[in-house]
Design a protein around this ligand. Structure first.
Ligand code: ATP
Ligand code: MG
Length: 263
């Protein structure tokens, strides 16, 4: 059974006085994700990617359609799902360690039990030595690692990551992407990953879903047949170039259309 399934999902944000949809964010979204897969979603700005994650994560309601986790319909936030948001989300008044153990604390896990788990996650994301630093004392990349560790420590089966490296420079993204792959292999989680970077999507994913402009729907699904393990050096392979070209062709058309509509 797929770990996650989305069936005929539609989201309309608002209706005018005649009941005609004014912002149709998503239309006919279908998705099947198996355990352990890494799926990337790429599409023009405003095409409904964050909306889709909000609905899968149970934070936003769909207009019609279904989200199933291990065959069960999602009614609200689900313990199997962890989210890393598009905007920075580490609490500035808590240290790295306190940020990472926050969810466990809220779940009533004792300090004795949660501390070692949080420390293990801090180590996994390469932040050992920065446990007692506040987010304001960390770099942007380090803050995102805190946010990732905070999600991982809850041991979710499915992790939704909305442009987790969006604010970072290309080199840092590549390195963090490599680390993310290593972590994913170790914890065997299923990842859905939104990105605007074609190369990032190709290096990280088993499949890339290219979305159309609003109303967002999956325009093309591309299997990434580059052998694993991959690393930043995958970029220099011929196959990487071919797949990147294919995605860009799809995306270019949609982005141009989306820009014309906005203008
Ligand atoms: N709470 C809301 N109420 C009304 N409209 C919304 C709301 N949230 C998003 N929208 C609209 O839905 C559409 C999709 O927004 P969404 O944030 O899902 O896009 P996105 O693909 O994540 O974009 P980006 O790549 O820029 O993050 C946009 O037109 C946006 O204005
Ligand atoms: Mg978004």
């Amino acid at each position: 059974m797929p770990v996650l399934e989305v069936r005929s999902l539609r989201k309309v944000y608002s209706l005018d006085e005649e009941g005609i949809p004014t912002v149709e964010a998503l239309r006919d979204i279908n998705l099947i994700v198996n355990r352990g897969e890494f799926i990337s979603i790429i599409g023009p700005s405003g095409c409904g990617k964050s909306t889709l994650f909000g609905i899968i994560g149970g934070l936003n309601e769909s207009t019609s359609g279904q989200v199933l986790i291990k065959g069960e319909a999602v009614q609200g936030p689900h313990p199997s799902i962890g989210m890393v948001f598009q905007e920075e989300s580490a609490f500035p008044w808590l240290t790295s360690l306190e940020n990472v153990e926050f969810g466990l604390k809220m779940d009533g896990v004792s300090k004795k039990e949660r501390r070692p788990k949080a420390k293990e996650m801090i180590e996994l994301v390469g932040l050992s030595g920065f446990e007692n630093h506040y987010p304001g004392e960390l770099s942007g990349g380090m803050r995102q690692r805190v946010a990732i560790a905070r999600t991982l420590v809850m041991n979710p089966e499915i992790i939704l990551m909305d442009e987790p490296f969006g604010a970072l420079d290309e080199q840092t993204r590549l390195i963090l992407g490599e680390e993310l792959l290593r972590i994913c292999e170790r914890i065997r989680a299923t990842i859905l990953f939104i990105t605007h970077s074609i190369s990032e999507s190709v290096i990280l994913s088993d499949r890339v879903y290219v979305m159309s402009g609003r109303p967002g729907t999956f325009r093309k699904i591309i299997d990434i047949d580059i052998p694993k393990p991959r690393s930043s050096s995958t970029i220099s392979t011929k196959r990487f170039g071919e797949i990147t070209d294919e995605i860009w062709k799809e995306l270019k058309e949609e982005t141009t259309k989306a820009m014309r509509i906005t203008a």
